[in-house]
Design a protein around this ligand. Structure first.
Ligand code: ADP
Ligand code: MG
Length: 271
């Protein structure tokens, strides 16, 4: 009974928090939309360009609403734990990697080969997929190629023909020997068992997370100081919610300009 009261209180708090945040997040794109519409009406901006901007802002709004839906769903599933099914973790992760590979290849990054071990786990498949996708898409987004330097502080521009030769930067080489990355870097995914839990580790050779941002990254609408305009700051919040619902935990390790590792641990037998 106590637990139920606790749940209700928690729900109420989350809801209050959500509404105040959402109102704030909606205001920005709406203001921008209004500005563009006015600019078109006043003839101070080219009609086509103005409409293009309006479309971009609407796309952002749509993603925002989708993200809020995802969070609401994750929170609701806290009360109805949902189904677990037995999956072959390797096959499952392979499927996600294959789907995301083109996006990586496009900017010249790798996803390294998965280990061969077969591991069956009982888990909430839809939730796990959202978790993995969110973390991997961050790795993609925050592993810019221009991070590679020529070793004396200058940036080496990325060439479309793949002609990027990163530096004498030994961090890159050390890392590649550790993870099997090519020199360009990328993402490597690993998994295994620890006690009653299985874990998935997603490691990137990206720009890392500043120490002062670490406590904030799972907060709703938090995006790092250097995040792009596409960022909504909802991805890791969704990850955190889902991992909690599934009775697991998520840990992060990061070194600036070297890379970030997310480790998600979940019960092997579901909850
Ligand atoms: N792999 C990563 N490398 C570097 N920074 C990251 C990584 N993953 C997350 N972050 C930081 O955490 C913030 C929050 O992530 P997230 O909630 O997914 O929001 P978004 O992707 O919309 O920015 C990001 O804006 C970024 O600053
Ligand atoms: Mg994200």
């Amino acid at each position: 009974f106590n637990k139920m009261a606790e749940s209700l209180q928690r729900e109420e708090e989350l809801r209050k928090h959500l509404f105040s945040n959402v109102a704030h997040e909606l205001r920005t794109p709406l203001t921008i939309l209004k500005t563009h519409a006015e600019a078109i009406a006043d003839g101070v901006i080219d009609r086509e360009k103005g409409l293009g901007n309006i479309k971009n802002e609407i796309d952002r709004l749509i993603r925002l609403v989708k993200g809020i839906e995802d969070i609401t769903m994750a929170e609701a599933s806290f009360f109805t734990k949902g189904e677990t099914v037995e999956i072959n973790l390797r096959e499952f992760l392979l499927g996600i990697c294959n789907e995301m590979l083109p996006a990586f290849k496009q900017i010249g990054l790798d996803i390294t080969k998965l280990r061969a071990d077969v591991l069956f786990v009982c888990t909430g498949m839809d939730k796990l997929e959202k978790i993995a996708r969110n973390i991997i898409s961050n790795s993609l987004k925050f592993t810019p190629l221009e991070k590679a330097t020529d070793g004396i502080g200058g940036k080496i521009p990325y060439k479309a023909d793949g002609g990027l030769k990163p530096p004498s930067a030994h961090t890159v080489r050390e890392r590649s020997s550790l993870t099997g990355f090519t020199e360009k870097g990328g993402v490597s995914i690993d998994y295994g068992i620890e006690g009653e839990m299985y874990f998935i580790e997603i490691m990137d050779s990206g720009r890392g997370i500043p120490e002062n941002e670490m406590p904030l990254i799972f907060n709703r609408f938090y995006r790092g100081a250097k995040s792009d305009t596409e960022s909504l700051g909802l991805g890791l919040e969704i990850v955190k919610e889902l991992v909690e619902v599934m009775g697991g935990r998520v840990e992060v390790k990061s070194i600036i300009d070297d890379g970030t590792t997310f480790r998600v641990s979940l019960p092997i037998k579901g909850v």
